[in-house]
Design a protein around this ligand. Structure first.
Ligand code: SF4
Ligand code: SF4
Length: 470
């Protein structure tokens, strides 16, 4: 039985949704039903609720999430992030990818079937509308093959009209995450001539979503999604995934009246697991790149097993090791290694996030200036400081030179350092140090920034003096 995969390897030569001439084979999956489908429906409803309510949720007057790449404004859970925080974003991305790798090594593509927006929209929204209007797989196929008549025109108009309406809603929601809900409301409530770029953006994204869900469908998972392509390297024989128990199921075969079942496995070769699959594969061929772990085949096979009075779980969430040896091995050395790396990254990210200041400052000596000697025997440098207020409050700041009691720092021109919410302010300072306090011609100095008398950040630069100082 260990050589199960050897007796039919043909499926590896082609993909289930393309014929020998390379033409697309349209998948008409049978409508799933069962325990897992119901659970997926609940998970999808919660996730869709979160997705569509997200742009309306504000924390302290700020959006929950905003990824305004056009104006370089990013808000995560009400906390603003600036391009200067890019190192945090980079670290968060690395942490996220390690998490995805670890999750995939242990649980396979559970993400794809249960949480990926593409699958949720396709299977839990668009496909359900299709079943409602066109009927189950058989009726859908019949309608597709039927000549254009009144009923077909009406059904197609209704279906694609609803698809378009949902695509418009999705594209507006996506734009709300990009430019903010207030901007989207403004674009929607005014003439397209006043917001050409915003309007065209919405039209473009609506078109993309409509095309993906009405036409491209499972091809996005099979041929485009990079995560799907990574499965081959991420998953191993200990990874949990939707798996057919070939030990129990083979040799497969239909039960004929009066036949002794003992010579056969539990799989009655009804092919319902194939008919229900939204990516058009046969899970009995083993773990495949096209499988998005949607569990529809588990539901239908459980129903068959119940009918023929066999235990459920012929197709179940299991690893190859689990099927062959009957054991479960989750904490393999690879998983332990990824877990340690992930824990270290999460600790690092949390530390950096909690220590992140809402005020940032960068000091640089004014280009082309060295130093000036003043009549009172002090050396003066001109220092330029860029302040960033990452908060949503106006702030007033003060600066002091650290550990240098006789040094002075004076703002050139403007008397105050005032910053509007979420803004920058750049200004020049005189830094003066008595000549007799300089120990070297180039001394590092640290400038502390205070808000309401509290140290909020500090920045470093070099103070330049005459060369003959020893
Ligand atoms: S649904 Fe179950 S019994 Fe039917 S073909 Fe698939 S694995 Fe075999
Ligand atoms: S093989 Fe099963 S779990 Fe995988 S995509 Fe097809 S129906 Fe879903």
């Amino acid at each position: 039985m260990e050589n199960f995969y050897e007796y039919d390897e043909q499926f590896r030569d082609s993909i289930g949704t393309v014929d020998k001439e390379g033409k697309r084979l349209w998948v008409y999956p049978k409508k799933p039903k069962g325990k897992f489908y119901t659970q997926r429906g609940i998970v999808a409803t919660i996730l869709l609720g979160l997705l569509f309510s997200g742009p309306f949720i504000k924390i302290g007057g700020q959006p929950l999430l905003l990824f305004n790449i056009f104006e370089r404004k990013f808000v995560l859970f009400g906390i603003p992030f600036w391009p200067q925080d890019f190192y945090l974003f980079g670290l968060a991305m690395i942490t996220f990818f390690v998490f995805i790798i670890l999750f995939t090594v242990v649980f396979g593509r559970v993400w794809c079937g249960w949480a990926c927006p593409q699958t949720i929209f396709m299977e839990m929204v668009f496909r359900k509308i299709e079943y409602w209007i066109d009927g189950d797989a058989r009726q859908q196929r019949k309608l597709a093959e039927a000549p254009w008549n009144g009923i077909k025109i009406w059904k197609r108009t209704l279906k694609y009209g609803i698809f378009l309406a949902i695509s418009i809603i999705i594209s507006h929601t996506m734009m709300a995450y990009l430019i903010g809900i207030d901007q989207v409301k403004e674009i929607v409530s005014s003439s397209p001539f006043d917001h050409w770029s915003g309007f065209l953006g919405m039209v473009f994204f609506t078109g993309v979503f409509f095309w993906v869900f009405a036409y491209f469908r499972e091809q996005a998972c099979i041929a485009v999604c990079p995560y799907g392509r990574l499965q081959g390297v991420l998953m191993n024989k200990d990874s949990m995934a939707v798996t057919y128990d070939f030990n129990r199921g083979e040799p497969r075969g239909k039960i004929k009246k009066g036949e002794v079942q003992a010579d056969k496995g539990d799989c009655i070769d009804c092919k319902l697991c194939v008919h229900v699959c939204p990516t058009g594969i046969d899970i009995r061929n083993g773990s495949q790149l096209e499988c998005v772990n949607c569990t529809a085949c588990m539901d239908v096979c459980d129903e068959v097993m119940t009918k023929i009075d066999k235990p459920k779980g012929l197709i179940r969430i299991a690893s190859y090791t689990n099927i062959v040896e009957g054991t479960k091995r989750i904490f393999t050395p690879r998983v332990i290694g990824y877990t340690i790396v992930l824990a270290a990254l999460m600790v690092g990210l949390t530390t950096l996030l909690t220590r992140r200041s809402e005020i940032d400052a960068t000091a640089l000596r004014v280009p082309g200036q060295l130093y000036q000697k003043l009549p009172d025997n002090k050396i003066q440098n001109l220092i330029n400081i860029l302040f960033i207020n990452k908060s949503f409050e106006p702030v007033e700041l003060e600066v002091k030179i650290r550990d240098f009691p006789d040094a002075e720092i004076l703002q050139v021109g403007k008397p105050q350092i005032k910053l509007q919410p979420n803004s920058t302010f750049e200004t020049v300072f005189y830094v003066r140090v008595p000549l007799n306090k300089l120990h070297t011609s180039k001394m590092p100095i640290r400038i502390d920034v205070y808000k309401d008398g509290k140290l909020v950040t500090s920045t470093k630069t070099n103070f330049i003096g005459p060369l003959n100082i020893k």
